[in-house]
Ligand binder design. Structure first.
Ligand SMILES: CC(C)=CCC/C(C)=C/CC/C(C)=C/COP(=O)(O)OP(=O)(O)O
Length: 257
């Protein structure tokens, strides 16, 4: 099986791969319940899948991977579930940043994006530590959005663009453009390129305030039925092949022009 994975990845890697891909990791609780477990237990399986899928992306040399780990709205979930996710953020992110672990092995810089002040202080400290440990890694980027919402991200970006305009004495804001706002989005600030592919799992067909600005005219959007913990190569290969077909089609079109 490992050999088959290796073979498939090396075939796909001969063609174009996305530079930036996002995963809305949905369906953890339904996955757990389908196995007769408590819903919140699905998040541990979800984290393992995140590591597995991230490694596939890194082997394909995808530069930026952005995942939705916690929505600002998720604070409304039962306390035990929120606590379990906070503990995962506190312990597991530092762990994967350590020497010899995934982020170190592949040279991945970790960024946690979102309204960090909402996190418990000890989680904020752990996140700062994990980011600091990976600050010199420059082969790839992992953006973990938590606690995040696009509305919050865009509002913050507009605020920053306005502040910058005022500092430049542009008092009527006439230099505020799509470009100046986009430059202040959290994914831009960490150097991720435009979003090529967006994947949401579990059959739900909504964006749910995840990367709504970043889903641009060129972003391929995939809503796959698999619950996130079950997401694997079987689901990923069609996504990658459709991306390659799109790039090849565009190249063909520009050659015939
Ligand atoms: C700290 C860190 C990086 C964690 C990664 C773990 C992980 C996959 C978190 C996602 C949490 C979440 C709210 C998933 C959505 O499924 P859901 O709970 O809404 O499931 P449902 O749609 O079946 O109810």
């Amino acid at each position: 099986r490992r050999q088959l994975t290796h073979l498939l990845l090396s075939i796909i890697a001969t063609g174009p791969v996305p530079r930036h891909i996002a995963f809305e990791m949905d369906g953890n609780r339904r996955y757990a319940r389908s196995l007769g477990k408590e819903g919140k237990q699905g998040h541990g399986d979800g984290f393992r899948t995140l590591l597995r899928v991230l490694e596939l992306c890194l082997r394909l040399r995808i530069h930026s991977v952005t995942v939705y780990a916690f929505a600002i709205d998720n604070f409304n979930r039962p306390k035990e579930e929120v606590d379990a996710l906070m503990e995962m953020a506190e312990t597991r992110l530092v762990e994967i940043a350590e020497k010899g672990h995934l982020l170190d092995r592949y040279g991945v810089r970790l960024n946690v994006l979102g309204k960090r002040s909402l996190l418990p202080p000890k989680v904020q400290v752990a996140i700062e530590k994990a980011e600091y440990m990976t600050r010199h890694n420059n082969a790839a980027v992992l953006n973990v959005c938590a606690p995040y919402s696009s509305k919050h991200e865009i509002t913050t970006a507009v605020e920053s663009a306005v502040r910058e305009a005022l500092e430049n004495r542009d008092l009527d804001g006439s230099t505020i453009t799509e470009g100046t706002i986009e430059a202040q989005l959290s994914t831009s600030l960490v150097g991720s390129p435009p979003l090529d592919v967006f994947v949401r799992t579990s059959g739900v067909k909504r964006l749910s305030s995840f990367l709504t600005w970043q889903c641009n005219e060129n972003t391929q959007i995939h809503m796959v039925d698999t619950y996130w913990p079950d997401f694997g190569l079987r689901d990923f290969i069609p996504v990658l092949l459709q991306y390659q077909c799109k790039v090849w089609r565009e190249q063909g079109a520009s050659r015939s022009m």
